[in-house]
Design a protein. Structure first.
Lengths: 116, 238
């Protein structure tokens, strides 16, 4: 377990360091994810090492959003007056984005003959 | 015997109480989700957030005090994002076959998310910090916060908007995609990951493994694309 946690943290650390050093707008953990994928390609055994811990984390991904979500208590005043417009913007645009993204995927898959 | 008020004062100062409360609230939210027969309408995150917000309000605890305990959970967002390499790597053969649909859906979904949010908010007269914070609402929290800081939004407000988006996506995705008659798990998962980041991905993983992997891919790619496009699109509305 410890080597797996270490592998995740080292990738994140390298990602954060690279993002700062190169002045990228990309967040460190996303670079760390790309780094870990190259690790899977280059280092045999890394995949099996990381799998149990990564799977546990991903199975409980929603838990990790709760502390930031509770931050809503500090913003109720700011949101209060604009609650309806903000909710309208979020709900409508999320529905539109899912529909447009999924329909585009399916249409292009059909056009390029890569449909399931 | 020490009275309750003294014990409370002691516990309320340290991280233990609020870390335990965060896990307990999630366990209750998750139990409610299972009790509902895994209905997408009962999502563990809003249930837990409302419970914790009520607890903070009743006990007069500040968010800063709460976060001292909850930060241990919050910290794991970074390693979990790195861990998304696993489903992506395992879906790599699918990905290689579907590279064109992936790129097309990424641009279509990401642009729709950003332009439609800002257009609706603009029409309602939303301005300033809140407006700038809305731009990156479809990307995963750590990325959205970084983008918000770069374009004049508020990091904590962004986190809240990101979560509202993710919860919306997790709730509407299944019925919306069924309504559209889409049966391709790749298309379904990918679009949800692009539009509703980690919470959408968490939902997709509960529904189907291929949908989960493609949702993770959509989330990762959209983090990159939004970081590049959000400042440009915000400028169009200014």
């Amino acid at each position: 377990m410890i080597p797996a946690i270490l592998a995740l943290l080292v990738c994140q650390l390298a990602g954060e360091a690279a993002a700062r050093a190169l002045g990228l707008t990309l967040p460190g953990p996303v670079l760390g994810m790309l780094l870990l994928m190259s690790g899977f390609a280059l280092i045999p055994g890394l995949l099996a090492l990381v799998r149990p811990v990564a799977q546990t984390l991903l199975a409980n991904l929603s838990l990790l959003f709760i502390p930031a979500g509770v931050g809503i208590v500090g913003h109720l005043d700011k949101l209060g007056g604009q609650l309806i417009p903000i909710l309208a913007a979020i709900v409508l645009s999320t529905i539109l984005a899912i529909a447009v993204g999924a329909l585009t995927f399916a249409a292009v898959a059909r056009l390029t003959g890569t449909a399931e | 015997m020490t009275d309750f008020a003294d014990i409370w004062t002691y516990l309320a100062q340290g991280p233990l109480l609020w870390l335990a409360a965060t896990l307990a609230a999630y366990a209750i939210g998750d139990a409610a989700y299972r009790a509902s027969g895994k209905s997408p309408l009962v999502n563990a995150v809003p249930v837990a957030v409302v419970l914790l917000a009520l607890m903070l309000w009743i006990t007069g605890t500040s968010y800063a005090t709460y976060f001292e305990g909850a930060q241990f959970v919050h910290f794991l967002l970074g390693p979990a994002t790195v861990g998304l390499a696993l489903p992506l790597w395992e879906a790599r053969h699918h990905v290689r076959r579907a590279i064109l649909p992936i790129l097309a859906a990424l641009f279509a979904g990401s642009l729709t998310a950003m332009v439609s949010t800002l257009a609706i908010a603009h029409a309602f007269g939303v301005t300033g910090e809140v407006f700038a914070s809305l731009a990156a609402k479809s990307t995963t929290a750590p990325v959205a916060i970084g983008i918000a800081e770069a374009v004049g939004g508020s990091p904590t407000l962004t986190a809240v908007l990101v979560i509202l988006t993710g919860v919306t996506g997790a709730i509407v995705a299944t019925s919306l995609l069924n309504l559209l008659g889409l049966t391709d798990w790749r298309a379904r998962g990918f679009a949800v990951g692009v539009a509703a980041h980690g919470l959408g991905t968490a939902r997709a993983m509960q529904v189907h493994p291929v949908a989960g992997a493609f949702a993770g891919l959509g989330m990762g790619l959209n983090a990159v694309l939004t970081a590049l496009l959000a400042p440009v699109i915000l400028n169009l509305f200014r």
